[in-house]
Design a protein around this ligand. Structure first.
Ligand code: F6P
Length: 320
């Protein structure tokens, strides 16, 4: 294999740039030509630039959030005609290997490209942390830290006014972000899609806390579980307490990547190139017990990630 390409797909995640940089520099180190495809799969299909990369192309990006290659959600890529067009474009340019940095949906597209004769390796990157087969994905750590920063600020004002804050976080259909940020941020309650919420019980706990002279409470709601506005309204009705709602939204996706995500991006990007060099395909780089291993790409979209019930139970014991 002489020429490989890299693209980012789906929602951006802090640390994607570290992964791009690692793909480029590892590829160049081994004498490969490395190209960057702009705007993900839709860019590949619709003729966006395929930039030849040199060492300098990826200088000064490891600390930057987002992705220098831009990204897109590409529903049209589910169609075979689009997959064939994309593969043809790569093969016409002499590119036979592709690193796809993204989430489960992106890997579904990657797998389809493999069926068209391209060797593909996935690098898991999504703040949602919902990809099975890997202990973590690029971007999750930074997003959780961003939420913690927001929670810390909200606590100051919540305490001053003795209010209840309901904070909605991302995660799509999963509650991994809410659970991690809720435990690390000491939330009084965490509402996730994986476990049915008992709002009456939560309200009883809030009132018990107030009786113990608690000056504020914070409820973390995963977007896939409920709307923070609905939760705030119900809590107000059940307790007669004042509630304030904050929806953190895309703030959670931006910002400089944490050291954890820069390292993960660097390690996984390099590992992806090593896999392509060995002519492997249909694999995803994964973090397992501290090491980077390769797992079947299909694992990432065939089933969902198992929700850590033990961690949820811990959150119930600690959140008071
Ligand atoms: O997958 C990452 C994510 O941020 C989800 O948490 C969220 O539901 C979704 O993307 C938002 O997507 P978009 O930026 O396309 O609105």
């Amino acid at each position: 294999m002489q020429k490989i390409a890299v693209l980012t797909s789906g929602g951006d995640a802090p640390g994607m740039n570290a992964a791009i940089r690692a793909v480029v520099r590892t590829g160049l180190y081994h004498g490969l030509e490395v190209f960057g495809v702009e705007r993900g799969f839709s860019g590949l299909v619709n003729g966006s630039k395929m930039k030849p990369f040199n060492l300098g192309s990826v200088a000064g990006i490891i600390h930057r959030g987002g992705t220098i290659l831009h990204t897109a959600r590409s529903p049209e890529f589910c169609e075979q005609a689009a997959q064939e067009k994309a593969a043809r474009r790569l093969l016409d340019a002499g590119i036979t290997g592709l690193v796809v940095i993204g989430g489960g949906g992106s890997f579904y597209g990657a797998q389809a490209l493999q069926d068209q004769g391209i060797k593909v390796v996935g690098v898991p990157a999504t703040i949602d942390h919902d990809i099975p087969g890997t202990d973590s994905s690029i971007g999750f750590d930074t997003a959780v830290n961003t939420i913690l920063d927001a929670i810390t600020r909200l606590r100051d004002t919540a305490t001053s006014h003795e209010r209840i804050f309901i904070v909605e976080v991302m995660g799509r259909e999963s509650g991994f972000i809410a659970l991690a940020a809720g435990i690390a941020g000491g939330a009084e309650a965490i509402i996730v899609p994986e476990v049915e919420a008992d709002l009456e019980k939560i309200c009883r706990r809030l009132l018990e806390g107030i009786a113990r002279k608690k000056t504020h409470s914070l409820i973390l709601v995963a977007e896939g579980a409920a709307s923070a506005y609905d939760v705030g309204e119900t809590v107000h009705q059940l307790t007669d307490l004042e509630t304030k709602v904050t929806v953190l939204g895309h703030v959670q996706r931006g910002g400089a990547p944490s050291a954890v995500d820069r390292l993960l991006g660097s390690r996984m990007g390099a590992a992806a190139v090593e896999l392509l060099r060995r002519d492997s395909s249909g694999l995803m780089t994964a973090l397992r017990d501290g090491g980077i291993v390769a797992v079947p790409l299909a694992k990432s979209f065939i089933s969902g990630r198992v929700f850590p019930k033990d961690l949820y139970e811990l959150s119930q014991i600690l959140a008071r």
